[in-house]
Design a protein around this ligand. Structure first.
Ligand code: MRU
Length: 372
């Protein structure tokens, strides 16, 4: 995506050919800052502190974290420590596990002197593939938006989204936002309702920033507004991303997604989930029972930050200092509430059969797990 005339990916190898530059998403939307990662510990910090976030970008950053670890020490002990450190950063997005497995496979059996180069090459491929995957999701989602817009006839297509599943959550383009960008670029009139997405405000700070930079009409709404809008016919379609999709089609995404899906079902609004194949956990079936839900520190709920009157970012306390808070970062939307999956291979029903119709190579693994 273009920022101030320069084309950016959210992650790239720096000019020294070794360090890794990421956008510090904690500083957005008020300032655009690059953080340079030079060690695996810094890569782990960037993921767990949400300098970078969003399932695909978490995976890409972890892949480069492995490169940085091997650069310092290419022996097996160092690889194992890196996999463990990075693997413990955030539990819900399955892309993390996927990327670490891919990196492990790419380097473990190579002679020591070949490991670093092979790791950088594999990490670069993860990133390049992610861009193609996002574009493909965009094209498949665009076809749906075109149809919905044509059926509506006049006025913009009102799209509701939750959290940030745009280019900042991936390497470029995004998942749920990719079709929105493509629709807008093609001249399909769109307007996006952006859930603020407490407590980290990925909607208000990141999605709004991205859409604004691309010129896409949008309005930020509080998290509890969507149901009201849907009751009044002001939402034509919902589209969200996912951090982990079970083989049966349940979806873990940012906390609050489930409530939007319920409201959408109650009001007959189509509810789509955009997903790269890297977010499918073929070993999991029942999302509520099996997907680990990250619990983050209470501080994120008890405080909020924003731009102060002197132009500096300040943090203010929202709750009585003695009130404890709970901070569940994700929830699970059952497959039955999802109208369809928009994947990089096409659109399918949110079900095992639907997923297998697009990813038949998983059929035998899944059946071996005992799924019907
Ligand atoms: O906690 P975050 O900001 O990493 O959560 C991100 C989301 O919930 C996204 O919707 C999800 O990762 C899909 S991103 C393409």
């Amino acid at each position: 995506m273009r920022i101030a005339g320069e084309w950016y990916r959210t992650i790239r190898v720096a000019d020294d050919g070794r360090s890794v530059d990421v956008i510090d998403q904690r500083a957005l939307p008020f300032s655009f800052e690059i953080m340079r990662l030079t060690t695996v510990e810094q890569a782990a910090f960037a993921i767990s502190e949400m300098v970078v976030r969003g399932a695909p970008l978490i995976g890409a950053t972890a892949a480069y974290g492995v490169c940085l670890a091997l650069l310092k020490n290419p022996m097996h002990g160092s690889l194992d420590r890196a996999l463990e450190l990075l693997g413990a950063t955030r539990p819900t997005a399955v892309n993390l596990r996927w990327a670490l497995e891919v990196m492990d496979e790419a380097v473990r059996y190579l002679p020591v002197e070949e490991r670093v180069a092979a790791a950088y090459q594999r990490a670069a491929r993860i990133c390049d593939d992610d861009v193609e995957i996002s574009k493909s999701i965009g094209r498949h989602g665009l076809a749906i938006f075109r149809e919905l817009a044509a059926a509506k006839g006049s006025g913009p297509l009102n799209i509701l989204t939750h959290c940030n599943a745009g280019w900042l959550a991936t390497v470029d383009w995004g998942t749920a936002l990719a079709p929105i960008y493509m629709a807008h670029d093609e001249g399909v009139g769109v307007h996006v309702w952006v859930d603020e997405t407490r407590p980290r405000n990925q909607g208000a700070s990141l999605t709004a920033y991205e859409l604004g930079a691309h010129g896409v009409p949008h309005s930020v709404i509080v998290d509890n507004c969507g149901g009201h809008l849907m009751q009044h016919g002001m939402v034509d379609v919902c589209i969200v991303g996912t951090d982990r999709t079970t083989a049966a089609g349940d979806v873990a995404n940012k906390i609050g997604t489930y409530l939007k899906a319920l409201a959408a079902r109650d009001n007959g609004v189509p509810f789509y989930v955009a997903l790269p194949q890297t977010t499918i956990d073929w070993q999991a079936r029942d999302g509520v029972a099996e997907i680990p839900i990250e619990e983050r520190e209470a501080r994120e709920v008890r405080f909020i930050s924003g731009l102060g009157p002197d132009g500096r970012v300040v943090e203010v306390e929202l709750t009585p200092p003695s009130s404890p808070a709970a901070n569940y970062a994700f929830d699970v939307t059952p497959a039955r509430l999802v109208t369809g999956f928009i994947t990089d291979r096409g659109v399918c029903e949110a079900s095992l059969d639907g997923l297998l119709s697009l990813f038949p190579e998983w059929e035998s693994d899944v059946r071996e797990e005992g799924f019907e």
